[in-house]
Design a protein around this ligand. Structure first.
Ligand code: ADP
Ligand code: MG
Length: 352
């Protein structure tokens, strides 16, 4: 549905988007994730035809944005970072204005009513936009994007500045829209993409550094190879026993103490569950394990690791210590897969 090929955008000497390529299949809900200044808005503005690129090619539904900008705009509902609202209009006046601007030919009253129901604007339909809260204004921005029933929805940081309740509402709305639209959503918040997207594209300094299905990232995030242990026993001996194990690649004692138990962090060999044998080994020595907690890898860890790795490709394991091994392995595998995908000239196997 959306195909971006070797997109480059320079602002003077600053390269905001640097050879970005990806494809989004019909019906996918994709999160475009990256820190501030990564190039998200620039990319989205080029896809939607609001900015020209320095080089590269964008097609939406097979139509080149440069060849037929209007036809592309008709297929996209866009909520820019700053929603283009007119505060002196009421919600109704504004939506009618957009309806006319888009030359929409659906039954006006019915169409606007349906949209207001979906985005929950009915209560404020006759209010001036300037009197609305930030959350409601954002909904007006979303409503204008939905006018004309475009098959593609692009939201740039849709939840910025909203309170937690509004964020949940907007996320639910995006999930609902995702059922029958192709949705691209940019954000710098990891939980946001995890909550609503099928796929995550991570961009940093204008380059794509990862492109993965959310479930793969979740699986990695949930894979437990690291544990925090609390063991009652002589600290040095416990530590050397842990370090001597063939299934442990890293063990360190921590400064925290809980009664007569010392705390340790342990990283197991990938794919091995060391918990039971650890229990028996400690029991044999008469050193009870009084706490065992797995340290799952958070999405933040993955993100920082992927971004960190691309920022400092020469940075080795030594500097961050061996505790970073799991993250870096995962980052390496995500990066390798992304590079592989980008090398592959075969089109994305979507259903469009
Ligand atoms: P994001 O949306 O990921 O925060 P942007 O696409 O807005 O990032 O910006 C990417 C980079 O391009 C940043 O370094 C930003 O300062 C720069 N930039 C964005 N818009 C302009 C502009 N109109 N003129 C000059 N530089 C810009
Ligand atoms: Mg932005």
């Amino acid at each position: 549905m959306i195909k971006v090929e070797h997109l480059v955008k320079h602002y003077g000497a600053n390269c905001a988007v640097d050879d970005v390529s990806f494809e989004i299949a019909r019906g996918e809900v994709v999160g475009f994730l990256g820190p501030n200044g990564a190039g998200k808005s620039t990319t989205l503005n080029i896809i939607t035809g609001y900015l020209s690129s320095t080089s590269g090619r964008v097609t939406v539904d097979g139509i080149n944005v440069l060849d037929a900008p209007l036809a592309v705009k008709q297929r996209i509902g866009y909520l820019p970072e700053q929603p283009p609202l007119y505060p002196d209009m009421t919600v109704e006046e504004y939506l009618i204005f957009v309806y006319n601007l888009k030359k929409c030919d659906l039954n006006r009253t019915k169409h606007l009513e349906e949209i207001c129901e979906v985005v929950k604007l009915t209560d404020v339909y006759h209010r001036l936009i300037r009197h609305l809260s930030k959350g409601y204004r954002q909904r007006v921005g979303i409503a204008q994007a939905l006018i004309g029933n475009p098959p593609v929805i692009i939201f740039d940081e849709p939840t910025v500045g909203l309170d937690p309740k509004q964020i949940i509402e907007i996320r639910n709305l995006i999930r609902t829209l995702g059922k029958d639209h192709t949705v691209v959503l940019s954000t710098h918040i990891l939980q946001e993409v995890q909550a609503v997207c099928d796929r995550i594209i991570i961009i940093n300094k204008g380059r794509i550094v990862a492109d993965e299905l959310t479930e793969n990232i979740d699986r990695v995030a949930g894979s437990n190879s690291r544990y925090t242990l609390k063991i009652c026993g002589p600290q040095k001996e416990v530590l050397s026993l842990l370090r001597a194990r063939h299934d442990v690649i890293y063990a360190e004692s921590m400064p925290t103490r809980d009664g007569d138990a010392y705390t340790y962090q342990v990283e197991a060999q990938k794919g091995l569950d060391i918990r039971k044998s650890l229990f028996y080994a400690m029991a044999e020595r008469g050193w009870p394990i009084v706490g065992m907690e797995s340290i799952g890898m958070s999405l933040e860890d993955i993100f920082i690791s992927v971004v960190d790795k691309t920022d400092n490709p020469e940075r080795g394991r030594g500097k961050r210590g061996r505790a970073a091994t799991a993250e870096q392995d995962i980052a390496a595998s995500i990066l390798a897969k992304t590079a592989e995908k980008q090398k592959n000239t075969e089109p994305y196997q979507g259903d469009d």
